[in-house]
Design a binder for this molecule. Structure first.
Ligand SMILES: [Zn+2]
Length: 272
């Protein structure tokens, strides 16, 4: 059996309780592929935070929208979606970077901000884009930037002499994240399947809040209410979001690559 297959959580994700969970994303909707898992974790007594690095302010083909308009629309969509899965605004952090430009942002600054929140929230489990396993996963630009920025921040957070101002001035402590669930990676690397059967409806309801992204609002935004869109639009959006959920052996699931241990080993099989 491969080392990857062996790397499983001690307890199934469905049994987790009392943990602090932090999901790091690039855009306000990257968390949606984990909404079933997040809804379950929240219901089971875990504290769940979502940190998004960009405002999503260029994700539209609607020429009427400005960056400012879109940043506001997408923040509200994100908060509306989070509300459906039981998460309040206090559990949302947005770093405010420009959409599509994350890999050109000041790396030291972005990593410093991520390190700050990792040290402050002390997540037991971090969800992030998969940086790859024995190779780099090609992802679109903000996603690949987010994968590496999160990994680099996790590594930096545990060294007290890195970003030491946070420790001296902000009274935070160095912190090592013990466990990871990576999303967005290759299916062949996924080693953990979460049964979200009881949370499908919540995931679908949350998904329908991203009207600017997953409806004809992408081309012609008419507000956050799907009823303001052409006839049949609302049903189509629900169907599209429902069809995105994977079904394995009759169960609705979300899949991750689980990793436990030092961040230095998150990207490769055991080496000498
Ligand atoms: Zn994205």
């Amino acid at each position: 059996m491969s080392a990857l297959a062996l790397a499983q959580p001690d307890q199934p994700v469905e049994a987790w309780t009392g943990k602090t969970i932090l999901l790091i994303a690039a855009h306000p909707d990257d968390d949606s592929q984990s909404h079933g898992t997040l809804a379950m974790l929240k219901k089971n007594g875990n504290e769940v935070f979502i940190l998004t690095m960009t405002t999503g302010n260029v994700g539209t083909k609607d020429p009427k929208l400005s960056r400012n308009d879109l940043a506001k629309i997408r923040r509200q969509e994100q908060l509306n979606a989070m509300k459906e899965i039981g998460l309040s605004e206090e559990h949302y952090i947005n770093l405010g970077y420009d959409d599509g430009r994350l890999e050109f942002a000041d790396r030291e600054e972005v990593v410093g901000k991520l390190v700050y929140y990792i040290r402050k929230l002390k997540p037991d489990v971090l969800l992030a884009f998969d940086p790859g396993y024995n190779y780099q996963v090609w992802q679109k630009s903000d996603h690949r930037a987010a994968a590496y920025l999160a990994a680099d921040a996790v590594r930096a957070a545990e060294w007290p002499l890195l970003y030491e101002g946070q420790i001296i001035q902000d009274k935070l402590e160095a912190y090592a994240v013990p466990e990871f669930l990576f999303y967005g990676g290759n299916i062949s690397d996924k080693n953990t399947i979460v049964d979200i059967s009881d949370f499908v409806e919540l995931r679908v309801e949350a998904g329908t809040k991203y009207v600017s992204q997953w409806s004809s609002g992408w081309y012609d935004y008419k507000g956050s209410d799907l009823k303001a869109y052409p006839e049949g639009e609302e049903e189509k959006v629900y169907e599209k979001i429902r069809n995105r959920i994977r079904v394995i052996d009759g169960k609705s699931v979300e899949r991750f690559r689980y990793h436990k241990g030092a961040p230095d080993t998150m990207g490769h099989a055991p080496r000498d």
